[in-house]
Design a protein around this ligand. Sequence first.
Ligand code: SF4
Length: 363
Amino acid sequence: MHKCNRKHQLAYELGLKPEGTPRPFRMGDAYHRGLEVIKAAGGVDAAVAESVRFYDEPPPPFMTQFDWDVERETVAQLVNGYAWYWGNRQASGQLLPEWTIAEVVANEQVFALQLEGVDVAGKIDGIVRLGDGRLAVLEHKTTSDDIAPAPAGKPANPYWLRLRIDGQISMYFAAARAMGHDVRTVLYDVTAKPRISPKQIPVLDADGKKIVVDAQGVRQLKVKKKKDGSPAAGDGEPYQTGDAEKGWTLQTRVETPVEFGDRLRADIAERPAYYYGRQEIPRLNSDIEEFLRELKADKHALEYFRWKGIWPRNTQVCTVYGTCEYFKLCHNGWNPSDGVPVGFVQIQDVHRELNLATEGATE
Ligand code: SF4
């Protein structure tokens, strides 16, 4: 079930993790904290404050303060937008009953149990009562994938199609039932990460005018004279656009994190369906039976690899979801007798969130 058994060995058998928290996990964790407050009816301001609390600390060594502040703004705007979008849709009755959260029955259900004799562990984001009365597993995700529904007449978005056979969803569903929750379906609630980033914007003078300079850095002003040589309308006004032929350039600077956050908030307001998606993902008994068969087969395969001391690489997936965090180790022929490699730490709690089925597929 793991896409690469060598990766399983490095991550779960040896407990090797890259130093620092990778961005997807860090952003995902911060975002989840905000959603927990919203689900507990704590209010949007409290949710945003909770989600960005993590960013009050100095940035990790591999990040600049600027990138850290941009990430903080991104999380804050996504949490704010989530509360606004789903709150409005639910309050105005635009949401299908089966996509409406009528009651949060249980929040953050951590589990470590056996399914058909196989140890599984993880964390279910919530058990909720839907608007139509059914109990459901609630799963929040952030993703870099496109989640927007396909236009009418076009093939369905594969992001949502894949979830119909997603093993992690089946595991959470089966685990919820094993814990005594009579869940009937899964409500999958996804937020797409922004694809916009801080951009260059014009530098403005005290009057709010743009600044155009020549190759020597001299500001360019319009010269408009009447026939008698006296100033005409617009004389002395600063040019507002550059001119490549004349070597004139518009002075620019990069947006501040707050300016970027404002632009992101406007983008969320303009096209919320790009950022937020929610669908029911059904699970039939046959889906769970198939998942359990796969789980057992995966267990037997891992036992075999452990017994043989061989962990086959699957080099077809090294760069499928970005570059694998263990790529340097595999590329340099690292082996366990070399000791903990530079840039990695060895941890004891390897099952931070056991994710047997969709490792790397979602963030
Ligand atoms: S770099 Fe490739 S072969 Fe090595 S662990 Fe990652 S996915 Fe597997």
